[in-house]
Design a protein around this ligand. Sequence first.
Ligand code: 13P
Length: 339
Amino acid sequence: MDTRDKLGATIGRMVREGAGILAADESAPTIAKRFSAIGVESTAESRQAYRRLILATPELQQFVSAVILFEETLTQQAGDGTPLPEFLERAGIVPGIKVDKGKIPLANAPGEEITEGLDGLAARLQEYDERGARFAKWRDVYHITGTTPSRLAIETNAEVLARYAAICQSQGIVPIVEPEVLIDGDHGIERAAEVSEAVLREVFHALSRHRVELETMLLKPSMVVSGKSNPDPASPEAVAEATIRIFRRVVPAAVPSINFLSGGQSPEQATANLNALNNVGSVPWALSFSYGRALQEPALKAWQGQPANGESAQAALYKRARLNGAACRGEYNPALENG
Ligand code: 13P
């Protein structure tokens, strides 16, 4: 298969009606934070036990078409010794990998960050491909304050994100492009809309400059929401209206699917917002999820590091996947939480 056919085949498997992506690609420090909240120490063994458990959730593939893994997980095994990427493939789930190397301060832009990891990326992608990864993810972040994000941060991060996407496609790996406008702050939804529009506009300029094929990439953005400490949070309908309004302006119709991140929304909120997005009507892209916390939080709470809680943890993950699958069709309502 040539590179182009390979990209098309992968996208075709990742974008499926009523299904989305599970982000299980927490870096070592991030998973340590999630584990510490449930009193579990993060070791190679505990991480493998947890990831092995959630990835073996029965029937997960009904609502999850792809899973983003962290580099370490790519080399870990399922209970029967099968490498986890192969285990997922057998279940009909596409395995992929987070390839950025995290954020560092952006020089001359106080309080802002840049994501690194471009050097040697093409060679790393070849290795990941041999291990079974079919797509990659790279996350950039933007902080909303009175003075940020600056033009410098917006332009520099867009350039890096586009270079990453171009390198992925040259290697036959589908890029997930993730510009995350952080939820922290007490700003209103209009400020979030203004920032998201500026960020996405620049990201798509850069993708075009770097000749990234929009048909074989996925966008993983934040929803346009009010700041986390805003005392008067926007309703799902207001979130959906603001998000679709600006996405119509700046996200080309050639992008097949927009898979939102949850970014610190509660699991129920993230599902209700996705459902409202799918009820706005008449948009050119699929609107789905690529959630980390909003899918895994209930599973982690149920698990508590105890093998005996394995089934409840899987049931908790399955439930969130199912409800988000319903939200992809615009068929969720909060009463289903108790069903
Ligand atoms: P959240 O859904 O928890 O924001 O995680 C998604 C993700 O992959 C962050 O990079």
